[in-house]
Design a protein around this ligand. Structure first.
Ligand SMILES: N[C@@H](CCC(=O)N[C@@H](CSCc1ccc([N+](=O)[O-])cc1)C(=O)NCC(=O)O)C(=O)O
Length: 215
């Protein structure tokens, strides 16, 4: 069976690869797993058929045979469990790679999303500028800690893993809306290495093609 994922019919990011189907596409490409894409409109995402797949009415979802998954982290983990390129077979490095997936989603991404939400919804308020500054300070704390841990290593824990895929995806989202990553040259280089991966390039081209076809 070839899995089917869902993606935006028209991505609001204009094909910049920021929507979360990109993370799933990337994992599938790293695993050499062909996949189908069902494009959904904003409207369709809130209708019964899609809500049956995704209780929160979002993308991506992942369907394979009778299995239906949502949550990018869970989908990437599921793909990675079937591929040694994404999760080592040895128990300890495998567990550490999963730790980095959680770190990306639970520790590094939240302040980045908080900044984005603040900018989108509160920047015009009387408290907007101060709140933006506070969110940026919190991001910098995590970036400096991550930069210290990464040092001059190529990836976070030995070979490239799903932990790096998720962490690079989180940092790419920041890089799109802020120059902050440039304050940490080793993180900027880490993200550039991730983007240079052929699997990333194939995934990016595929999501961009959707945008261009729909344009
Ligand atoms: N926790 C879930 C979050 C999924 C999610 O946020 N999906 C978004 C698209 S990716 C997030 C996203 C959206 C837009 C941009 N952009 O740059 O325009 C970037 C990322 C969505 O479906 N939004 C529609 C809705 O909630 O009604 C996961 O990780 O899968």
């Amino acid at each position: 069976m070839i899995p089917t994922i869902t993606a935006f019919e028209r991505s609001p990011d204009g094909g910049k690869g920021l929507a979360r189907d990109m993370r799933v596409r990337w994992a599938l490409e790293e695993a050499g797993q062909p996949y189908e894409v069902r494009l959904v409109s904003f409207r369709a995402m809130k209708e019964a058929a899609h809500l049956t797949l995704h209780p929160f009415g979002q993308i991506p979802t992942y369907e394979d045979g009778g299995l239906v998954l949502f949550e990018t982290g869970s989908i990437v983990l599921h793909i990675a469990e079937q591929d040694a390129n994404l999760l080592p077979r040895a128990a300890k490095p495998r567990a550490r790679a999963i730790t980095w997936m959680f770190a990306a989603l639970n520790t590094v991404e939240p302040p980045i999303l908080d900044r984005e939400t603040t900018w989108l919804l509160e920047r015009e308020t009387s408290w907007g500028a101060e709140r933006l500054r506070l969110t940026e300070d919190r991001i910098r704390v995590r970036l400096s800690q991550l930069a210290a841990r990464l040092g001059d290593a190529e990836w976070l824990d030995g070979a490239f893993s799903a932990g790096d895929l998720m962490m690079a995806s989180v940092l790419l989202r920041l890089a799109d809306s802020s120059a902050m990553l440039g304050e940490f040259p080793n993180l900027a280089a880490y993200v550039a290495r991730a983007e240079a991966r052929p699997a990333y390039q194939r995934a990016f081209a595929a999501q961009l093609a959707v945008f261009r076809e729909g344009a």
